[in-house]
Design a protein. Structure first.
Length: 212
């Protein structure tokens, strides 16, 4: 199947883009690996169910049996999830959108294969949106699944460390630190004070690497 927009994952991001593209008349295929996840993490296992339980706990009367109140809260939560899940499905039941149940895996730059109950289906999108969590296979097993926010924080911290190292090199070459402005931003120490300072830093660095 060839479509204008192929969306993998029925989360907040995927469903919004799929709906917008369909409203513009584009052909859309949306692949979701689990029927329990129509609508994504937020409404099925994330934001909404957790807040619903909190509200139920706050509403519990002091004379209610806690175990019974919890059971009732879980039933109420599951009913709410069911309604939202169905409503999310209904929202995208439209002629421009093909909904595909199964796990997408890339077999080409813009083509995925999906194992469905009717066998393997191949879908190619002129535009492909990956609306799923990611995986970093070489990270520890409990950290392998990552969100975009985690990856971005990681990259930002990495970049900051490398920029810091580059800064230190630069400072040694041009004899100035920090932002450029009037002066070189360095304290007006004499040579002896600088020598003492450099030795102290070197002692700390060597100590940290076990050389002392
Ligand atoms: C407990 C909890 C509480 C939260 N509370 C809040 C809150 O109060 N407020 C808030 O703003 N955010 C909250 N979040 C975060 C919020 O749920 C996420 O930010 C949001 O759901 C991310 O949306 P998404 O579209 O990126 O991905 P998701 O909603 O996670 O959707 C990704 C979808 O892709 C599917 N998928 C994955 N791989 C494949 C594949 N290979 N093929 C096909 N389908 C695939 C998954 O089954 C899933 O349905 C909470 C999250 C959790 C876990």
């Amino acid at each position: 199947m060839d479509v204008d927009l192929l969306v993998i994952g029925w989360g907040k991001a995927g469903k919004t883009l799929a709906g917008l593209a369909a409203a513009q008349g584009q052909s859309v295929a949306l692949v979701e690996r689990s029927p329990k996840m129509y609508g994504g993490t937020c409404i099925n296992i994330g934001c909404v169910p957790t807040k619903d339980l909190v509200v139920s706990a706050e509403r519990r009367r002091p004379d209610e049996d806690p175990a019974e109140a919890f059971r009732a809260a879980v039933v109420e939560r599951d009913e709410l999830i069911g309604k939202l899940n169905a409503a999310n499905h209904a929202m995208l039941e439209r002629p421009e959108v093909t909904l595909v149940d199964g796990t997408a895996r890339f077999v080409g730059p813009r083509t995925v294969a999906v194992e469905t109950t009717e066998g393997e289906q191949r879908i190619t999108g002129a535009t492909v949106v990956i609306g799923t969590e990611g995986r970093v296979p070489w990270w520890p097993a409990d950290k392998t699944t990552v969100t975009l926010a985690q990856v971005m924080s990681h990259v930002a911290l990495d970049e900051a460390r490398h920029a810091g190292h580059a800064d230190i090199l630069c400072e040694q070459i041009d004899g100035q630190v920090g932002l450029r402005g009037p002066g070189n931003n360095l304290p007006g120490w004499d040579a002896g004070r600088w020598e003492e300072y450099v030795q102290r830093i070197e002692r700390i660095a060597a100590g940290r690497h076990g050389a002392e």
